[in-house]
Design a protein around this ligand. Structure first.
Ligand code: VGL
Ligand code: ZN
Length: 201
């Protein structure tokens, strides 16, 4: 029996984060069949979609003389600069073609604010501006979350840590996540999630 108090949160399983995409995560497409199987039996399913306007401030191409993967200081803190990815309405922003999106109750988009990135499904990178997902889950009576998707060390990590901080019981299924691993970011993310009380499974 699906559990009505538990939601499966599927983070950013989009073409640009899969092999061949603009910001490909190694093995990003391998997790799709397992996620489909989990969605089929879940009580509630939320998909997140990275959804940037062209010229977004997280793109290296928006900063004269900067290259992808450099880190710059933004008013809200350090920001990794990325290749252009998940641009609103473009092919790369679509979900992976094999993802069974019909299972989703809710699709939440993030990163649409031109001046702030949003790794987390709950808050933009200022750690302040809410996306509305917390209210959606709480009004449905959901207090336990299982998270899967891309990338382990960025959007999954930020979403899991924020959710734990908001008081949700959070499990990250590492077998159904894949990471980018920039300069040890994967180990740092795993330690940070454990520290925040997230269960890593
Ligand atoms: C992500 C970098 C930039 C992610 C999104 O989904 O982890 N990473 N935008
Ligand atoms: Zn992004």
């Amino acid at each position: 029996m699906p559990d009505a108090n538990e939601a499966l949160i599927v983070i950013d399983v989009q073409k640009d984060f899969c092999p061949g995409g603009a910001l490909a995560v190694p093995g990003g497409d391998q997790i799709v069949p397992g996620i489909n199987a989990l969605m089929a039996g879940a009580g509630a399913v939320v998909l997140t979609q990275d959804w940037h306007p062209s010229g977004h401030s997280s793109f290296a191409s928006s900063h004269e003389g900067r290259d992808p993967y450099e880190v710059i200081d933004m008013p809200y803190g350090p920001q990794v600069l990325w290749p252009d990815h998940c641009v609103q309405g473009r092919k790369g922003a679509r979900f992976h073609a094999g993802l069974q999106v019909d299972h989703a109750d809710m699709i939440i988009r993030k990163g649409y604010n031109p001046d702030i990135d949003s790794y987390s499904a709950f808050f933009e990178n200022d750690h302040e501006t809410p996306t509305g997902l917390e209210g959606y889950l709480r009004t449905r009576g959901i207090d336990r979350l299982v998270m899967v998707g891309l990338a382990t060390d960025f959007c999954v990590n930020y979403s899991a840590v924020d959710a734990a901080g908001l008081g949700f019981d959070v499990t990250v299924r590492l077998d159904l996540c894949r990471g980018i691993d920039l300069d040890g970011s994967l180990d740092a993310a795993l330690a940070g999630m454990r520290q925040a009380g997230v269960t890593l499974a």
